[in-house]
Design a protein around this ligand. Sequence first.
Ligand code: AMP
Ligand code: FE
Ligand code: FE
Ligand code: ZN
Length: 282
Amino acid sequence: MSSGFPIDLHTHSLRSDGAYSPEALVARAAQRGVHVQALSDHDTLSGVAEAMAAGSRLGVRIIPATELNTESEWGDVHILGYFLDPADAALEDRLRWLREHRGRRIELMVEKLNALGYAVSLERVLEIAQGGSLGRPHLAQALFEAGHVPTYDAAFDTLINKSSPAYVSRVGLTPVEAVRLVVEHGGVPSLAHPGTAFDLPMLVPLLVAAGLAGIEAYYGVHSPSDTAAFLRLAITHGLVPTGGSDFHGRGEHGAELGGLFVPPESIGALEARRPMASAASI
Ligand code: AMP
Ligand code: FE
Ligand code: FE
Ligand code: ZN
């Protein structure tokens, strides 16, 4: 099993809403010919040590990362933070706060679903998550298992999307706060799957002013003209074009591990954007 591309800067494990353990995820990436992989679990760096151990055995360089989903009028704005330090206690405090809010939000969504007649138990959702940062994908899987929807994807489309009565908005960071958090902790922020944000011509300059360094131009569901538009934005704002599969292991987001071209020079360009104060060798 090999794939075309050696770099994947966006992947998720069981430490958040992915289906594979960090070790199994890295093993799968290695099998597919990936040599550089960012583990970008939502609001946690807890899988990085396990991924690095597997990576050093299997010849995969692991870049420690996280993905911060934000709440604002700008739509789905997710910020990837690269080169963060799993031993940074102050960062971990902030990430724990975000994870606690994730948990409460899912609890509230379970209550709403039950009130609407879609019986689903919080216990089962927690079992599915196996201790990872809770998110709607765990809820989607529980709804699918309970037979309330015909497919996993249908749970998103019909029951837990923003326009559904079971939806609960996030308590968390705004896009600018997420970018600042990454920069303050010595990391390098990139705007994930920019096609899900609203009004990029207005949003991107605000994020750049806060320290945004990259934009995920290469992404599974982007058309060639989408990618070209995001590359133009990158040039206009001096951003590093990044890319990744956003692999979770359930067939979503249109790409396998290592399934996307990512320019090899993006790694060095991201490293060059690390704030000097903490440019240790992670
Ligand atoms: P949450 O952070 O709990 O709001 O969940 C958002 C996550 O759900 C995203 O990071 C994606 O991994 C996943 N997701 C969002 N929309 C969909 C969808 N339509 N199909 C599959 N996964 C989705
Ligand atoms: Fe996710
Ligand atoms: Fe995302
Ligand atoms: Zn993601």
